[in-house]
Design a protein around this ligand. Structure first.
Ligand SMILES: Nc1nc2c(ncn2[C@@H]2O[C@H](COP(=O)(O)OP(=O)(O)OP(=O)(O)O)[C@@H](O)[C@H]2O)c(=O)[nH]1
Ligand SMILES: [Mg+2]
Length: 279
């Protein structure tokens, strides 16, 4: 398997900034990608956020398998003891749930302040998560304006300030980016599937190759049926030939095909697929 690698310098910088942000908030809203709830999570999150209360969102649930999302909500809730909500950017029904939960999670801190003789204040929250999981979209939803920049590519957000989203909640308007670690290549591949890793860190054909194999494992025949393969083996070459994507010499255009397959998945055209198995 070809290695996916990125720059350690960026990781150290991201970690330092995240620590500074965490220091000034009471409650953390951790955003995971519902299609890969495990691979988009960070094993050391509790240490990273210094054991602050945490609300976990399984975002992009509109792109994930609904039944699997419900299973994952339950599993993660049991495993972490944190509240977990499935969300999607295009749906506002989850907004009041998110607001109520963060107020509830922040209460013990505010009560403590009051016991110390200080005045009560709004709960301070921030959104954290890996690149491209939908942090800015969630912040926009909380602020109710399209103020924080959203973008299709990884690593779009910069600079920060507080935004009062209601009398009880202050939001840090810049999300915390959880650094990717290089030690788990299986995870790295899954993060590449959902476009959480910049494309210069990997070979698109290698990633698409693992992608179709993973999908066939979790959803047998899905790739085969979607790309209308018959008796051919499920490979990028065969999909390219089927689509008539040919380069000079009659060879399949595997590069174009690989990019297209990943785009089909990322846009949801390929269907609602959850690629982390919940066992
Ligand atoms: N289908 C779907 N798309 C979403 C959802 N949330 C975000 N997106 C899209 O995913 C892409 C990334 O969303 P952002 O909100 O910019 O993600 P981010 O975590 O802030 O990304 P970075 O700032 O790059 O780390 C954008 O194209 C969004 O429109 C969702 O729930 N469902
Ligand atoms: Mg962003």
């Amino acid at each position: 398997m070809e290695h996916i690698h990125w720059y350690p310098g960026h990781i150290a910088k991201a970690e330092k900034k995240l620590k500074e942000q965490v220091n000034v908030v009471d409650v953390i809203v951790e955003v995971l990608d519902a299609r890969i709830p495990l691979s988009s999570s960070y094993p050391d999150i509790e240490k990273l956020i210094k054991e602050r209360p945490r609300l976990i969102l399984l975002n992009k649930s509109d792109l994930a398998n609904a039944e699997q999302t419900q299973n994952w909500v339950r599993t993660i809730r049991e495993k972490t003891n944190c509240p977990v909500i499935a969300t999607s950017a295009g749906d506002n029904k989850d907004l009041s749930k998110i607001l109520n939960k963060v107020i509830e999670l922040g209460q013990p801190k505010i009560i403590k302040l009051v016991q110390k003789g200080l005045l009560p204040r709004p709960v301070r929250i921030m959104v954290v998560g890996m690149p491209n999981v939908g942090k800015s979209s969630i912040i926009n939803k909380l602020i109710k304006k399209t103020k924080a920049k959203t973008g299709a590519k990884a690593g779009v957000t910069r600079d920060q300030q507080w935004v009062r989203i209601n009398p009880k909640i202050d939001l840090l308007d810049t999300p915390g980016i959880i650094p990717l670690k290089q030690d788990d290549q299986r995870k790295a591949y899954k993060l590449a599937f959902v476009d959480s890793i910049g494309e210069n860190a990997y070979d698109v054909e290698a990633v698409a190759d693992i992608f179709i194999k993973d999908v066939e494992t979790v959803y047998p025949e899905h790739i085969k049926n979607y790309y209308k393969l018959e008796n051919e083996e499920v490979t990028i070459e065969n999909i390219a030939l089927k689509r008539n994507w040919i380069i000079s010499g009659g060879r399949p255009d595997t590069k174009r095909c690989a990019q297209n397959i990943l785009n089909d998945f990322r846009s949801g055209r390929l269907g609602k697929l959850t690629l982390d198995k919940n066992e």
